[in-house]
Design a protein around this ligand. Structure first.
Ligand SMILES: NC(=O)c1ccc[n+]([C@@H]2O[C@H](COP(=O)([O-])OP(=O)(O)OC[C@H]3O[C@@H](n4cnc5c(N)ncnc54)[C@H](OP(=O)(O)O)[C@@H]3O)[C@@H](O)[C@H]2O)c1
Length: 283
């Protein structure tokens, strides 16, 4: 609605509180919206630990709702098994880059799909993906045949549309397709066509399951324990792309669609507080 605050997840520092669960100086995460200051009754706010072992920005991505999305979608819904072939779309993005690394930890052969040679190099050279496919350079269906010689057991989809269709062409019997996002269709005007290779879901007895991270907040503790441990062990990496200034938020949002970033896009609205200090910040 025009004039309303645009909803969005953010980190903030408590400046004043009449809620006994929160003290001034606490750093919290929640649906604080695109604004410099927010008022909350505490519902849905999570207090970050005082003795944070990771930089604050990690809590907007890997150790926040992005990590939860990747973890619940892959581990709980996808149920990866060692030796399986896992394909991830938008693999160099915030969610996809974490999904692929968890897939490697779980013993899968991981193939990422991303839009550009630099992104593909980052996936294989830095994040340990077994292969990366630049869907903008050659037909995806042929590249998948080359990099997934044993077919696709598990597909973590952030994109939908033509990318989903190409992967459906290669799925194995009992494949699982985790529908996390459909970013290729968010700006569509009018109805979007269904997948052309839909019949493969039947003939391959595949399971397609969509999910929303907000239904799985009860998994946050287990998720953070695993992700935190893997991060400490050097098995997980994350990348952030920060722009300072709330006025840039609309342009940064559009970069999700142009794909001109790797890892998690963040808008910083004020200076980072030092640990335990009051201040105001949001990302
Ligand atoms: N289910 C949930 O609870 C949940 C929670 C959070 C996010 N999500 C979804 O997860 C997906 C990833 O989110 P994110 O925050 O991690 O974003 P992101 O992956 O960091 O950024 C989106 C990426 O999507 C790719 N893309 C954009 N338009 C595309 C198109 N038309 N065709 C193919 N690829 C396209 C771009 O990468 P390339 O340059 O590689 O094309 C872009 O970098 C989104 O669909 C989002 O809505 C779902």
């Amino acid at each position: 609605m025009p004039g309303a605050v645009i909803p969005g997840r953010a980190l903030g520092v408590v400046e004043q509180s009449r809620n006994r669960q929160f003290q001034p100086g606490d750093v919290v995460q929640g649906n604080l919206g695109w604004q410099t200051y927010a008022i909350s009754d505490g519902t849905g706010l999570v207090r970050l630990p005082q003795d944070r072992s990771a930089p604050l920005t990690a809590y907007v991505g890997l150790l926040g709702h992005i990590g939860l999305t990747a973890y619940v979608g892959l581990v709980d819904i996808g149920q990866p098994r060692a030796g399986e072939t896992l394909v991830v779309s938008a693999a160099a993005g915030a969610v996809g880059s974490v999904v692929g690394q968890i897939g490697k930890i779980k013993g899968c052969r991981v193939v990422g799909i991303a839009g550009g040679a630099d992104k593909c190099r980052w996936l294989t050279d830095s994040l340990g993906f077994d292969a990366a496919i630049n869907y903008k350079s050659e037909p995806l269906i042929e590249q998948l045949a080359q990099h997934c010689p044993a077919g696709v057991d598990l597909f973590f989809d952030n994109v939908g549309g033509a990318v989903l269709d190409a992967v459906l062409h290669h799925i194995n019997v009992n494949a699982r397709i985790v529908l996390c996002g459909l970013i290729s269709q968010y700006n569509a005007i009018g109805p979007v066509p269904g997948p052309y290779n839909f019949a493969n879901i039947l003939t391959k007895r595949a399971r397609v399951e969509g999910f929303l991270n907000s239904d799985h907040l009860d998994r946050m503790e287990a998720c953070l324990a695993d992700l935190g441990r893997w991060l400490k062990q050097g098995k997980l990496q994350y990348q952030i792309d920060i722009t300072a200034g709330l006025e840039h938020a609309p342009a940064v949002l559009n970069r999700l669609f142009s794909g001109s970033h790797m890892g998690k896009l963040i808008v910083q609205v004020s200076d980072e507080p030092s640990q335990g200090n009051a201040g105001s910040t949001g990302c």
